[in-house]
Design a protein around this ligand. Structure first.
Ligand SMILES: [Zn+2]
Ligand SMILES: [Zn+2]
Length: 137
């Protein structure tokens, strides 16, 4: 077979590519969209699993709020028992990064699971109303 000169080859390739792109553009688009959705879903799943892992470690199975017993996963969060959680999270990152950090460090002590309500109350008022009621009795 006769070898084409490089510039000829390049031209052929360009034309082929252009033609290929033209006919496959839609399919390409479809495919990358599907890939994107798949990736997003698998990321979400991974994040969810990671989160569940630390929630279970600190909050039992099923994980529940240490204060009010809330078990709705979406409401639960990791609480730094001795406070300073905000500062610490600034150092190691928040959200998924924080969960990765926990796992990487073998789920260190000093954390508990609180629901967002109890967590907020603790942060704002220094204690959750649930706890205060508990203390009075
Ligand atoms: Zn709670
Ligand atoms: Zn509470």
């Amino acid at each position: 077979m006769r070898k084409l000169p490089p510039e000829e080859l390049a031209r052929h390739k360009r034309e082929y590519n252009r033609e290929y792109r033209r006919t496959h553009r839609e399919r390409f688009r479809e495919r990358s969209r599907a890939a994107y959705v798949r990736l997003r879903e698998s990321n979400l799943r991974r994040t969810f699993q990671l989160r569940l892992q630390s929630l279970r470690h600190y909050g039992g199975n099923p994980p529940s709020c240490a204060c009010c017993g809330e078990t709705e996963l979406e409401f639960l969060s990791i609480d730094h028992k001795n406070g300073g959680g905000g500062k610490h999270r600034k150092q190691v990152g928040s959200g998924v990064t924080f969960h990765y950090w926990l796992r990487r460090n073998g789920f260190p002590n000093g954390y508990q699971i609180l629901c967002h309500n109890c967590n907020q109350a603790k942060g704002y008022y220094g204690g959750c109303p649930h706890m205060r009621i508990g203390d009075d009795t």
